[in-house]
Design a binder for this molecule. Structure first.
Ligand code: HEM
Length: 176
């Protein structure tokens, strides 16, 4: 396991803090802006989505380079720190925010019976599953126990991109 810099909080604690801040902000926006809150929350949802996707697109790219670094080398230890930080500081909190704000929008907009939202939710659940796999992979790389080939990482690298394109098409075009 790499000698990682100490974290101030565990991933679960970070997620709980992100959730608490979001709920507090939602309440403030809700009571402060009334009907105008929807667009502000949608903007915050899109910002959270961008942060989540930036991390989901970059993390497998780090895994690809990490495969080339000999175990125990300084380069490999640096990749471990980068992966750990990217996951815990950006990707995990951004996913929590995306979910909470997205569900609030769906509830406020009364979209829960719409086909496009069902399809979008299925794809977002798939994205969250890929997130879980990447998260487990960060732990495996940290223990020098990655068994996934560089070629396979190159393919995994494309999965969040494809899911993201389909999700955006569904929510913007709303084809059904
Ligand atoms: C986590 C579960 C999610 C839920 C429940 C959710 C739900 C929603 C809802 C209800 C809206 C408002 C639609 C409207 O006002 O017409 C919205 C907007 C949006 N969502 Fe999500 N979303 C989620 C995750 C995501 C993800 C992962 C992405 C991208 C990869 C995404 C991209 C967007 C975009 C780009 C918009 C703005 C669409 C527009 O205004 O035309 N969402 N989302």
């Amino acid at each position: 396991m790499a000698d990682l810099p100490p974290d101030n909080a565990s991933p679960a604690k970070r997620a709980a803090i992100a959730l608490a801040i979001t709920v507090a902000l939602l309440a403030a926006v809700w009571f402060g802006l009334g009907d105008g809150a929807y667009l502000w929350v949608k903007a915050a949802h899109i910002i959270a989505v961008i942060a989540w996707m930036a991390g989901m697109l970059y993390l497998p790219r780090l895994f690809i380079y990490h495969c080339d670094a000999p175990k125990g080398s300084a380069q490999s230890e640096t990749f471990k720190v980068m992966e750990h930080r990217l996951l815990n500081v950006i990707i995990n909190p951004a996913m929590v925010l995306t979910w909470v704000l997205g569900l609030w929008l769906a509830w406020q907009g009364a979209f829960f019976s719409d086909g496009w939202l069902h399809a979008k939710l299925a794809l977002v659940i798939a994205m969250s599953g890929v997130h879980g796999f990447f998260s487990a992979s960060v732990r495996r790389f940290a223990a020098d126990a990655n068994t996934t080939s560089q070629r396979a990482w190159r393919m995994w690298n494309e999965v969040p991109t494809v899911l993201m394109i389909l999700i955006v098409l569904l929510v913007v075009v709303k084809p059904f």
